[in-house]
Write a protein that binds this ligand. Sequence first.
Ligand code: PAP
Length: 333
Amino acid sequence: MSSSQLPLPLPEYLQEDEVTQEHRDLLSSLPREKGWVTSHLFQYQGFWHTSRHLKGVVACQQHFQAHDTDILLVTTPKSGTTWLKAMAFALLKRVRFPDTRHHPLLTNNPHELVPFLEIKLYAESKVPDLTSFTAPRLFSTHLPFTSLPESVNTSGCKLVYLCRNPRDTFVSFWQFTNKLRLENMGTNPLEEVFDKFCWGVSLSGPFWDHVLGYWKESLEKPEKILFLKYEEMKAQPHVQLRRLAEFLGCPFCPEEETRCVVDEILQLCSFENLSNLEVNKNGKLSSGEEHSAFFRRGEVGDWVNYLTAEMLDRLDHITEEKLHGSGLKFEVS
Ligand code: PAP
């Protein structure tokens, strides 16, 4: 066989068979459904995960020890994680990196600067070495509230939760999985994955249960969880960034306001800026996903180009039912 005929190694996010017997036993005990990109999703503690992520979820639950000064960025997938990571990093590290013209975000993808606990750190190693993270340690996760490691709740660690309206979240998700699928897998059939999303079978889904878990907790413990919405960040970025800074205990001082630091951070983290950087146009995560897959349109309301009237009816109906009485509402345009 010539080298051009050799099968290419699968990107890490598609690798499913390198698991321990313990993990295989766990997988075989769980409900499973066909995945959007990987062959299966597994339901664990009420939410759906890939085999690789689940390994990280369990390791993280067993071994992650939150510190009082930790900050955890929590999202449902495709609700603006990359953007939130960039903003929180720029905000918290602004004393160390005051010059946004020479900033780590210009040469590193936000996912490298703020790693996922269960998808990256604890998926790669059961007990990762976190000693290089200095306080305040900044991590991210897609874990549902009820699956968080115990120390997150018992410590003073703060959580920032970001969500996005389900119409755009779904479309962004569908588009993202199409980019992750190998060429021979073709495009994900829109109707099929829409049906899965509605049934809650999506990464870290059911979407609504994920959002409601954090919404309710943020109402009870507003000093512990800040609840943000993508649509509000797009509409009022200055207001939301100042809110984030205050919540994290690092509000902008008058001198910073005079120097327009808020504008500088927003510009640095803008879709236009980040998506046009060399590192985000051509780089890849160590797990194989291309950085460019995390930047598509970055707008509110793109669902209008993909969802039929019937799909909207069904999705809105589920959203109304699930959110009924919670006080939570989404903007869709
Ligand atoms: P993840 O949860 O898998 O990490 P996440 O970053 O939440 O992904 O999703 C990417 C979405 O955020 C994309 O939305 P779209 O498909 O509707 O376009 C992406 O374009 C958007 N996004 C990424 N960076 C930014 C940014 N700086 N500002 C606004 N939106 C952004």
